[in-house]
Ligand binder design. Structure first.
Ligand code: ADP
Ligand code: MG
Length: 327
C-alpha cells in the first residue's frame, strides 16, 4: 500500500486499486498488470498535479493565473491549452451552449468553490451574462488572455483530459487493462483479464444508487453529465450545476442526463456537458451534424434514447422504469 497526499494505492496480486479525492470528486482507478502498483502510483501523482494545475484557485493553477491577470496575457501549460482549444471548438459547434466563461454565473449560483447556494436576482444574472462569451478568449502561441471582468473554469473538461492522460501513462507501463472512474467520467484502457468487453453501468438519474442499464465497450470513454450529483433545491425546484449560457439559469430542459461514448475522454467530457445544455432535440441535431460519438440521453418523461451505434451494446435493466428508444 502507498499513501500520497490525496490518494491511496493498494496492491493485490496483479491488480492495484487507486482511490483519490481530487477535482472535487471521488476517483477510483483499477489497474491490472505486472507494473500495476508503479503505474497506479504514477497515476495518483499525475492526478494530484492536474488537480492543482486546472483548479479555479491556488497558486499552482493556470486557471487562477488567467482569472486574476486583469486582462493581461498569461503563459499557460500545454495541458490547459489543449482543454481550452477543444472547449472553444465545441462552443462554436454548440452555438455557445458549452462555454467555459460561464464561471461568473456558476459562482453566483454557489456552484464554484466554497460559496453558499443561492438564487441570484434577474438583474444580477443579466449583468453576469455580459461576462460570458467564449469568443473573447484570445490565444497566441502558449499565452492566453481574457477581458478583465471575465473568468473561466475547466470544471467541464479537466476530468476528461485527465483520464486521457492516464490512458497514455498506462501505455508506458506493463499494464494490460485499467478502468478509470473520475466522478461521472469513466474511461477504459486495454482489455479485461478474460478478453471480454468492459461493462459500464449507466446510473439512473432519479435513483443514483441504481442503474438503468449497461453498455459493453472496448477501449473508450463513457462520460455522463446530469443534474443529479451537484444541485440544490429551493421552493420545490431543483437547481443543478450546469448553467445554460443563453439564460444564466441552471439547465432545465427535460433531460436528466446525457452520456457520451467516444474514444477521447476530453471530447466526451465537453460533449456530455454541451448535449445536456442543448436538450434532446439540440443533442440529436448535434449528433446528426457532427457524429463521431455515441450518446445515451435520459429524459424526465421516462425515455432512454440510445444512438444506433451502441444500441446493440446496451442492455436495459430488467426493472428499468425507462422506455428504450433507438435514434
Ligand atoms: P461534472 O463535473 O459533474 O462531471 P460536467 O463535466 O458536465 O460535470 O461539468 C460541469 C462543470 O462545468 C460545472 O461544475 C461548471 O464548473 C462548468 N459548467 C457549467 N455550465 C457549463 C457550460 N454551459 N459550459 C461549460 N462549462 C460549464
Ligand atoms: Mg463535461
Amino acid at each position: 500500500m502507498y499513501e500520497g497526499r490525496t490518494f491511496t494505492a493498494r496492491r493485490e496480486g496483479y491488480v492495484t486499486t487507486l482511490t483519490a479525492f481530487a477535482m472535487d470528486t471521488y476517483m477510483t482507478v483499477s489497474v491490472r498488470g505486472i507494473d500495476s502498483f508503479e503505474a497506479a502510483k504514477a497515476a495518483g501523482e499525475l492526478i494530484e498535479e492536474y488537480d492543482s494545475l486546472f483548479s479555479v484557485s491556488g497558486s499552482g493553477s493556470d486557471i487562477a493565473a488567467i482569472n486574476s491577470a486583469a486582462g493581461e496575457p498569461v503563459n499557460i501549460s500545454s495541458e490547459t491549452l489543449r482543454q481550452i482549444t477543444a472547449s472553444i471548438e465545441v462552443s462554436g459547434r454548440s452555438g455557445g451552449a458549452f462555454d467555459i466563461t460561464v464561471e461568473p454565473l456558476a459562482d453566483a449560483w454557489g456552484f464554484s468553490g466554497g460559496s453558499e447556494y443561492r438564487i441570484p436576482s434577474d438583474l444580477e444574472i443579466s449583468q453576469l451574462l455580459d461576462k460570458v462569451d467564449y469568443s473573447r478568449i484570445q490565444i497566441s502561441g502558449n499565452t492566453l488572455s481574457i477581458p478583465d471582468d471575465m473568468k473561466i473554469s475547466l470544471g467541464a473538461t479537466a476530468k476528461g483530459y485527465t483520464s486521457d492522460a492516464l490512458v497514455a501513462l498506462f501505455g508506458s507501463y506493463r499494464v494490460d487493462g485499467a478502468v478509470i472512474s473520475l466522478g461521472g467520467n469513466v474511461q477504459t484502457f486495454g482489455t479485461k483479464k478474460d478478453g471480454s468487453e468492459w461493462i459500464i453501468a449507466i446510473q439512473d438519474p432519479n435513483d443514483p444508487e441504481r442503474y438503468t442499464g449497461t453498455v459493453s465497450v472496448s477501449e473508450t470513454a463513457v462520460v455522463t453529465s446530469g443534474n443529479y450529483q451537484r444541485y440544490f433545491e429551493s421552493g420545490g425546484k431543483r437547481y443543478g450545476h450546469i448553467i445554460d449560457p443563453a439564460t444564466g439559469y441552471p439547465v432545465q430542459n427535460g433531460l436528466l442526463s446525457a452520456t457520451v461514448i467516444c474514444h477521447s475522454g476530453l471530447l466526451s467530457d465537453c460533449l456530455s456537458t454541451a448535449l445536456f445544455v442543448l436538450g434532446e432535440e439540440g443533442a440529436k441535431s448535434y449528433y446528426e451534424t457532427y457524429g463521431g460519438f455515441d450518446m445515451i440521453l435520459i429524459t424526465s418523461d421516462g425515455r432512454i434514447i440510445v444512438t444506433s451505434g451502441i444500441a446493440g451494446s446496451y442492455t436495459q435493466e430488467k426493472n428499468s422504469p425507462y422506455i428504450l428508444e433507438v435514434f
